[in-house]
Design a protein around this ligand. Structure first.
Ligand code: HEC
Length: 184
């Protein structure tokens, strides 16, 4: 029984059908309730943590991912220059250094403010949608729900800070900030 349940635990979480099957075996109702109580599929994780404090382990994983997947390089002013020694309170506040190319001029948004207005589910959608360069949006698209939610909860744990980044400037319009020019 336990073995059956364990084997059925998919990478993304419990399947309801497993719990249902478990419920139909002797003593299975309790086992099924235990199974569902421990359900940490991304969807239930998002639903159950919303409005509560995120588990420390999830926040810690988010910190690790943000640190090692390059988000600070663009979304945190001064991070690259400090070789990653900038204090966390200054992370992910967005950047007024523009990235200019054939697509126009883009600015890394303030993620500390962005996550405040999003539910975990909305974050999963926003994080995965295609953006203009140089955001490596496909890296977020290819992350697991768990990793994306870890980034979300870590970023929320930092609290809101900073101001919104400058708005996108279309091609042929001149940017009012310093820019990094990418040849087209
Ligand atoms: C090379 C610079 C760069 C890196 C690295 C980078 N970003 Fe971005 N990011 C940007 C820019 C520029 C935009 C704005 C794109 C636009 O305006 O279309 C952006 C946009 C976003 C958005 C907004 C998506 C939307 O549709 O509103 C999110 C969320 C985001 N980045 C998260 C991250 C995370 C998380 C990481 C680390 C895994 C990361 N970014 C790494 C430059 C970067």
């Amino acid at each position: 029984m336990t073995e059956h349940l364990l084997r059925s635990r998919s990478r993304t979480g419990w399947r309801w059908s497993t719990a249902w099957r478990a419920a139909r075996t002797p003593g299975g109702v309790i086992a099924a309730l235990v199974a569902l109580g421990g359900a940490w599929s991304a969807a239930s994780m998002a639903a159950s943590i919303e409005g509560e404090r995120a588990p420390a382990a999830l926040v810690e994983r988010g910190r690790y991912l943000v640190k090692t997947t390059g988000c600070n390089d663009c979304h945190t002013p001064g991070y690259m220059e400090s070789a990653g020694h900038l204090e966390e309170s200054r992370w992910l506040v967005g950047n007024s250094l523009g990235w200019q190319g054939p697509w126009g001029t883009t600015y890394p948004p303030n993620l500390r403010l962005l996550v405040q207005g999003l539910t975990p589910d909305q974050w999963l959608t926003v994080a995965r949608r295609q953006t203009r360069p140089p955001m490596p949006w496909f890296a977020l698209r290819d992350m697991t729900d768990e990793d994306l939610l870890a980034i979300y909860y870590f970023t929320r744990s930092l609290g809101p800070a900073g101001t919104p980044a400058p708005a996108f400037v279309p091609p042929q319009k001149s940017a009012q900030t310093p820019v990094v020019k990418i040849p087209g």
